[in-house]
Design a protein around this ligand. Structure first.
Ligand SMILES: Cc1cc2nc3c(=O)[nH]c(=O)nc-3n(C[C@H](O)[C@H](O)[C@H](O)COP(=O)(O)OP(=O)(O)OC[C@H]3O[C@@H](n4cnc5c(N)ncnc54)[C@H](O)[C@@H]3O)c2cc1C
Length: 500
């Protein structure tokens, strides 16, 4: 019997047959993810795992990992499979579907800490806290599908990033099953989830590791009481410079204590959205919109609103009643996300087994110093995608949905959240090659502006990943990562297609 079949047999004995599936439909359902990597492969059989296991407890995960380690079988942890890359499975690998590990385990109101199994969906976690008068700081767009374990594993970006930071700032402790089956509790130098100088900050090593160092089974997070007041504002601008300067000032650290989000939208996205949804034309002179959200105590929110309005005015912000509405679904952000979601769905996806439209996100991190110049160059780069000459085959299969909505990253840094839409059915060999050249051109553009590809999505085609990581962290940085990987996972069973 093949090693993988022996391994599956032993796992089945260990955790029970109701927690394992080897039927083809289930294996196919778990082979690819929302991410674009699948576009770049002609044979999806390469992604089909040998089995899908659904552990419910840490002990189940330990049993799975010990058998996989003995037989040297790759394990691919999966949450909601909405991430840009990392959860794709592989031939003769075993998918660990964590979504049955969905219990909230501890809730400590006084300490503002909550502990949960790694497969809890973020939406359920948000609801759990909201019902008790608290607000989750974990808030990704895809919260209905994504899980708490994946948030740690990808170092998630949150709606409240500008105010409270990303997942790495809210996560206070992790329980991880290592490749040898050991279970470790990691925090910031202490297993008690708070600041500590006792040991090394080992938790950070697992944040962003995408399942390559171990399987996260439990997450401890901080949360806050729900702020009582909330205000929303939006202004239009005639130039990119005015809009981006407003955005940068609104999100500056001085204001970030109360303005929890500022975002800019370009007319390329706006005109497509209002045309697609209402069949109306966007006024050509309105180049960008910038919106902001303020929350906190009522008097602070009121004072900050006046301050935000003054910033917009100083940079020639205005509002005109003849502009098409941009809130046809809800606030600007939800409206544009839904528009882009609809664009992805409007294809023959259901009848072609998922091979319809697919979103390809690019979200470079750019320092505010370079933002305006980068943005202008980025628009030129995206226009080349659609000019039909620079990438003749690709231009027929990939189009721009949003040329980038700048949103806050770290202090002084911006994530330029942009989306293209691929028609998967048209991705033949030539298109795949053109896509890779186009992606390289994109990466060089980002690096030329001293930026990084490591935004929320940080998608990099698999065959370029190691080369690109080295470009970002250097040869010695990458060697250090490999040393850690080898020490923790010498047989390379933990998500071996990713990073190493
Ligand atoms: C339209 C759109 C908008 C998005 N907006 C955001 C956003 O606002 N913020 C943001 O951060 N992301 C965003 N994303 C990306 C993605 O949805 C999120 O990062 C999400 O949190 C991923 O969760 P998931 O459960 O789907 O992860 P998956 O895709 O299932 O997994 C992601 C990675 O984590 C690993 N993993 C999963 N579970 C574990 C575990 N228990 N232990 C170890 N490794 C594990 C997987 O192997 C994989 O490498 C967006 C995606 C889309 C399509």
């Amino acid at each position: 019997m093949e090693a993988v079949q022996e391994c599956i047999r032993d796992i089945t004995k260990g955790i029970g047959e109701e927690k394992i599936s080897v039927d083809k439909p289930t294996r196919i359902a778990h082979r690819i993810t929302h991410g674009p990597e699948a576009l770049l492969h002609e044979d999806l059989g390469d992604f089909t795992p040998a089995a899908v296991v659904r552990p419910r407890t840490t002990e189940d995960v330990v049993t799975i990992v010990k058998h996989a380690n003995r037989y040297e079988i790759p394990l691919i942890p999966q949450g909601g499979r909405t991430c840009t890359y990392g959860a794709e499975s592989m031939r003769d690998g075993i998918v660990v579907d964590t979504t049955s590990m969905n219990e909230i385990l501890e809730f400590d109101e006084e300490a503002l800490r909550i502990g949960a199994q790694a497969g809890v969906r973020v939406v359920d976690y948000i609801d759990y806290l909201a019902k008790r008068g608290y607000m989750s700081l974990e808030f990704p767009t895809m919260n209905r599908a994504s899980t708490l374990g994946s948030r740690a594993s990808i170092s998630g970006y949150n709606k409240f990033e500008n105010r409270w930071g990303g997942s790495r700032d809210h996560i206070r402790g992790l329980e991880v099953v290592l490749a040898n089956g050991d279970v470790v509790q990691v925090g910031r130098g202490s297993s008690t989830p708070t600041k500590s100088v006792v040991g090394l900050d080992m938790m950070s090593m697992f944040i962003g590791s995408r399942g390559t160092l171990g399987i996260i089974t439990k997450v401890t997070e901080r949360f806050i009481p729900t702020p009582p007041a909330y205000v929303y504002g939006i202004r239009a601008f005639n130039t990119i410079e005015d809009a981006l300067r407003t955005y940068m000032e609104l999100r500056s650290p001085i204001n970030a204590g109360v303005i929890w989000r500022a975002k800019a939208y370009h007319k390329w996205l706006l005109s497509q959205a209002v045309k697609g949804s209402m069949e109306v034309e966007w006024p050509d002179d309105v180049v960008m919109l910038v919106d902001y959200h303020i929350l906190g105590e009522p008097d602070v929110v009121e004072a900050t609103k006046k301050h935000a309005e003054a910033i917009c005015k100083e940079h020639n912000g205005f509002w005109r009643d003849d502009m098409p509405p941009t809130d046809f679904v809800g606030r600007m952000h939800e409206t544009m996300e839904k528009y882009m979601g609809m664009a992805a769905l409007q294809s023959e996806r259901l009848v072609t087994g998922g091979m319809g439209n697919r979103i390809v996100p690019l979200d470079p991190q750019i320092s505010n110093k370079h933002l305006i110049n980068f943005y202008k160059d980025f628009l030129v780069f995206l226009k080349r995608l659609e000019d039909g000459k620079s990438y003749p085959r690709l231009s027929r299969s990939l189009r721009v949905l949003s040329p980038g909505a700048p949103v806050p990253g770290e202090e002084g840094w911006t994530k330029v959240w942009s989306l293209t839409l691929a028609n998967w059915k048209q991705f033949d060999k030539t298109t795949i090659q053109e896509f890779k050249s186009w992606f390289r051109e994109y990466a060089e553009l980002v690096w030329r502006h001293c930026g990084s590809l490591t935004g929320t999505h940080g998608f990099v085609p698999r065959e370029m990943e190691i080369e690109f990581i080295k470009r970002e962290v250097g040869e010695t940085g990458y060697e250090l990562m490999k040393t850690i990987k080898r020490a923790l996972d010498p047989k390379n069973i933990m998500n071996p297609n990713v990073k190493f």
